[in-house]
Ligand binder design. Structure first.
Ligand code: NHR
Ligand code: GAR
Length: 209
């Protein structure tokens, strides 16, 4: 039985998508806990409604990133995680945190990496005039949004798209690929080879929506 701890900062809709599919398809997983970096994060309410232990560790109450991350590590280890899922988690993690969870820490980023790492991806995609946008699930490494790519979903940018319209379609795409990537991980189907991720047996790592 795999044990998953999820880190969120807000709404937690990606976490919700993963939990719902896991329940429907009877995945052999335990959602050991959800941790947010502030107590107002909406996703904590969903977790509690499902009986999933939910915690806030306020980053503002910590004097440094190292001290915040040490508190996170202690809580995650106490919960007992073999996979840590970042789902809309908005704090950059320190090298010590990344090393501690190396190979079992994944993130979903709202862009087709390596395009638009960092913040405000939808604004930047519209500004750049790209015709295609999307989301990426990747292993987390020290370089922000630079880790090995597990899978991506692409969507067309439509005439008349504004940030909200584009973000909503990307989010729907995220809800399709994040559960799929988590399932690959728990089924032991992912191999990291350099900066690439191989799925065994092979399956499409890009979906076009
Ligand atoms: N940490 C490391 N070391 N490596 C990654 O790849 C990480 C990471 C932490 C979070 C998610 C990422 C995203 O998908 C993620 C990947 C936050 C920021 C950021 O600049 C950047 C990328 C991501 C998440 N955060 C600001 C900070 O100072 C705070 C922004 C805010 O609170 O709104 O930490 O996009
Ligand atoms: C998602 O679009 C996710 O990709 C993005 O925030 C949203 C969270 O939604 N993540 C980042 O921007 C990380 N910096 P959710 O809380 O409803 O899952």
């Amino acid at each position: 039985m795999h044990s998953i701890v999820t880190l969120i900062s807000g709404r937690g809709s990606n976490f919700e998508a993963i939990v719902k599919i896991a329940q429907k398809d009877h995945w052999p997983v335990k959602f050991a806990g959800v941790i947010a970096n502030h107590s107002a994060a909406k996703g904590l309410d969903f977790a509690r409604s499902q009986g999933i232990p939910a915690f806030a560790i306020e980053h503002r109450e910590h004097p440094s990133r190292e001290s915040f991350d040490a508190a996170l590590i202690a809580k995650i280890d106490e919960l007992g995680a073999d996979l840590v899922v970042l789902a809309g988690f908005m704090r950059i993690l320190t090298p010590g945190f990344i090393r501690h969870f190396e190979g079992r820490l994944i993130n979903i980023h709202p862009a087709l990496l390596p395009a638009f790492p960092g913040l405000h991806t939808h604004e930047r995609a519209l500004e750049a005039g790209v015709q295609e946008h999307g989301a990426t699930v990747h292993f987390v490494t020290e370089g922000v949004d630079e880790g090995p790519i597990i899978c991506q979903a692409s969507i067309p940018v439509l005439a008349g798209d504004d940030v909200d319209a584009l973000a909503a379609r990307v989010l729907a795409a995220e809800h399709q690929i994040y559960p799929r990537a988590v399932k690959w991980f728990i089924d032991g189907r992912l191999r990291i080879e350099g900066n690439q991720v191989k799925v065994q047996p092979p399956e499409a790592q890009l979906i076009k929506l």
